[in-house]
Design a protein around this ligand. Structure first.
Ligand code: NDP
Length: 452
């Protein structure tokens, strides 16, 4: 009989933790999942899923205007935000139940409460009623994700984070969004689509630091065209609360008077309350749990995956890290995931998707780069009158002729780039792209017809 209550305790029932637990249990590991909030985690309950539902909802205003361009008569078209939020929450309840069933049906125990690591093999769980219970385990997995973080300035407590922005009872008439990363540009598109006077405030010259420069320029100009006010190269120095709105003081001396302020200035690992410092677990400067290739911390029995490690903060990466951990530790398979060519998408409006290197990154890495570019107005937009343009780029290594990057801003970019990612992962040459027959008429065919 084992000396421990469990083979594995997973702290956090988000996408990564749930996959870790299910696959470990499928190999026969006696597994306990501990979750302080609701099973499902950030992506399902407070991130990707509700965000994308609201992105869909917000796009109908532009689609109706496109429909008018195609000679539909559209009368009395209006949204009901409050009803939409209730429907969205009902869908999240359904997904939460699915997660609970996934965990339980795979043979794991699930306990509701906040986990704390007391020693390398012991987890205490504080239940909602304050009762504390302890369980021991041979291995402990930290899969607790991250949480929004705001810079320090007077009045920063008035900013709402993305969790709150997804759950507003009422739509504001105007909003300031601070930041220009994934979350900021996605929410700017959502609020703007619902007709909210939307202001995007950020310190850089362009949105989405780290993305291809042409794509960043194109998103900025599309956002402006759609009605978003851009305040770049400024920071917020102070926020004052009035009776029913806020004065937002900017570093350039301007003061905005708006209904709501949202902060989207990055996320930090959610380690508070886990007791990691007390057990001398090695953390990085932002509180991230430091792990080796085996997802193992400096304490041999404790592992971590996903956002809490701050390596690649994307749900599919956490899921794959957790699956590979379970394969290695309980499935007797020495399997590791590859961090090369991870595709990602930003559900801004228009959306962006990328895989591989940007031209700037490739040059920095010493590649001799050839860049292929196609910029056009999609066929649908000719009759609809929508001025939005699509941009696609391929980055090719001149020596090997391999395609090392693909970038797109335009409708359905995530759907298109997912397929291109397979080709790039398989090491496709530019000549393979050229030899592929296009699907006509489509935007995606541009990826196989770029010649200059
Ligand atoms: P990001 O890291 O993408 O962006 C953070 C933003 O905040 C940047 O504009 C950054 O500016 C700014 N910022 C950071 N610190 C300060 C500061 N002290 N003062 C002023 N501005 C500051 O974080 P997000 O919160 O948008 O998203 C977190 C992560 O979640 C993403 O990195 C991504 O991995 C994941 N995510 C993925 C999504 C997807 O896959 N579609 C959707 C949403 C989130 P600067 O650029 O100048 O550094």
């Amino acid at each position: 009989m084992s000396d421990y209550d469990y083979d594995l305790i997973v702290i956090g029932a988000g996408s990564g933790g749930t996959r870790t637990a299910r696959i470990s249990a499928s190999y026969g590991a006696k597994t306990l999942v501990v979750e302080g909030d609701r099973a499902g985690g950030t992506c399902v309950l407070r991130g990707c899923v509700p965000k994308k539902l609201l992105v869909y909802a917000s796009q109908f205003s532009e689609q109706v205007s496109d429909a008018e361009g195609f000679c539909w008569q559209v009368d009395g078209f209006k949204s009901n935000w409050n009803k939409l939020i209730k429907k969205k929450n009902k869908e999240l309840d359904r997904l939460h139940e699915i997660y609970v069933n996934l965990i339980k049906n795979s043979g794991c125990d699930l306990i509701s409460g906040w986990g704390k690591i007391e020693d390398p093999n012991l987890v205490s769980i504080t239940k909602e009623n304050g009762k504390i219970i302890n369980f021991s385990a041979k291995k402990i997995m930290i899969a607790v994700g991250g949480e929004a973080s705001f810079p320090e300035f007077e009045g920063n407590q008035y900013m709402i984070n993305s969790d709150k922005a997804l759950d507003l009872n009422q739509l504001p008439k105007s909003i300031a969004i601070y930041g220009s990363g994934y979350i900021a540009v996605e929410f700017a598109g959502i609020f703007n689509g619902f007709g909210v006077d939307t202001h995007l405030i950020f310190r850089a010259d362009k949105v989405l630091r780290g993305f291809d420069n042409d794509i960043r320029d194109q998103l900025m100009s599309s956002m402006k065209e759609k009605g978003i006010t851009i305040h770049n190269e400024v920071t917020i120095s102070k926020i004052n609360k009035n009776n029913d709105n806020y004065n937002i003081n900017l570093s350039n001396g301007n003061i905005l008077n708006l209904d709501l302020v949202m902060g989207a200035t990055g996320r930090n690992p959610k380690i508070s309350g886990l007791g990691l410092k007390d057990i001398d677990l090695n953390l990085g400067s932002r509180g991230e749990v430091l792990v080796n290739n085996y997802a193992q911390t400096n304490i041999n029995s404790i592992y971590a995956i996903g956002d809490v490690t701050d390596k690649v903060t994307l749900t599919p990466v956490a899921i794959n890290e957790g699956h590979a951990f379970a394969d290695r530790e309980f499935g007797n398979k020495e399997r590791f995931i590859s961090y090369d060519n991870i595709p990602s998408a930003v559900f801004s409006q228009p959306s962006i998707a990328v895989v591989g290197l940007s031209k700037e990154e490739a040059v920095k890495k010493g590649y001799q780069v050839i860049e292929f570019k196609s910029e056009f107005r999609a066929m649908k937009n000719t009759i609809s009158g929508n001025p939005e343009r699509t941009l696609m780029k391929l980055i090719v290594d001149d020596n090997s002729q391999k395609v090392i990057g693909a970038h797109m801003i335009g409708p359905d970019s995530a759907e298109i780039i997912q397929g291109i990612a397979i080709a790039i992962k398989a090491g496709a040459l530019k000549s393979d792209f050229d030899a592929t027959i296009g699907i006509h008429p489509s935007a995606a065919e541009e990826f196989v017809t770029m010649r200059s």
